[in-house]
Design a protein around this ligand. Structure first.
Ligand code: FE2
Length: 200
């Protein structure tokens, strides 16, 4: 796996705590930076899962849930245009736009093996756990005639054990990420199916 180590461990400015991009600005950034519709959908799915997890599992308040959502929405924003500098570019952009440091750190920790930033908060750990699994589950849905209709946890588990299916998805990352959270792999798969199936 190629690494794009960030070589830093603090992100954003604590003075910006509570600042988020207004929804229109976040969506405009996505439209401008991410022409690829499939990638945009992935980010919207991760955002929906993150927000729902914050509200349903962490009892988060509205602002906190929006932080989780925004981190999910923007975590891959620089992937398409700046693949060699993925993560660094969006992080610096959000620092420039004075976004809440928790959101920026969360984005920086969505791939510890790649970016060298350890997930610390629950938000950090959940983006790491949700990101790859969300993409994997979507790939599993896309090959079914009914897409998400009737998609079961056990069939996702079976595909995870099939190395040739969505081979680019690191099973090791998924295992590592899930080992850091309080939920089981089965429970997380079901949660993701339920919360991303209607996102378009
Ligand atoms: Fe992602």
């Amino acid at each position: 796996m190629s690494t794009r180590l960030l070589n830093r461990d603090t992100f954003g400015d604590p003075a910006n705590t509570g600042n988020l991009l207004p929804e229109e600005e976040a969506n405009a950034l996505l439209t401008e930076w991410v022409p690829n519709e499939r990638l945009r959908l992935h980010m919207k799915q991760v955002a929906a899962n993150m927000k729902a997890w914050a509200l349903e599992k962490e009892g988060a308040d509205e602002l906190t849930a929006r932080k989780w959502e925004q981190a999910g929405l923007l975590h891959d924003a620089d992937w398409e245009k700046f693949p060699d500098d993925h993560c660094r570019v969006i992080i610096e952009e959000l620092e420039k736009r004075q976004v809440d440091p928790d959101v920026i750190r969360c984005i920086a920790s969505h791939g510890p093996a790649v970016f060298g930033v350890e997930p610390v908060s629950k938000m950090d750990k959940m983006i790491y756990a949700i990101d790859e699994l969300s993409g994997f589950i979507h790939a599993a849905a896309l090959i079914r005639p009914g897409l998400y209709e009737g998609l079961e946890v056990k069939s996702v588990l079976k595909r995870l054990k099939t190395p040739s299916f969505a081979a680019q998805v690191s099973r090791e990352d998924i295992r590592d990420a899930v080992s850091r959270i309080e939920s089981s792999l089965e429970e997380l798969i079901q949660f993701i199916i339920d919360h991303q199936k209607n996102i378009s």
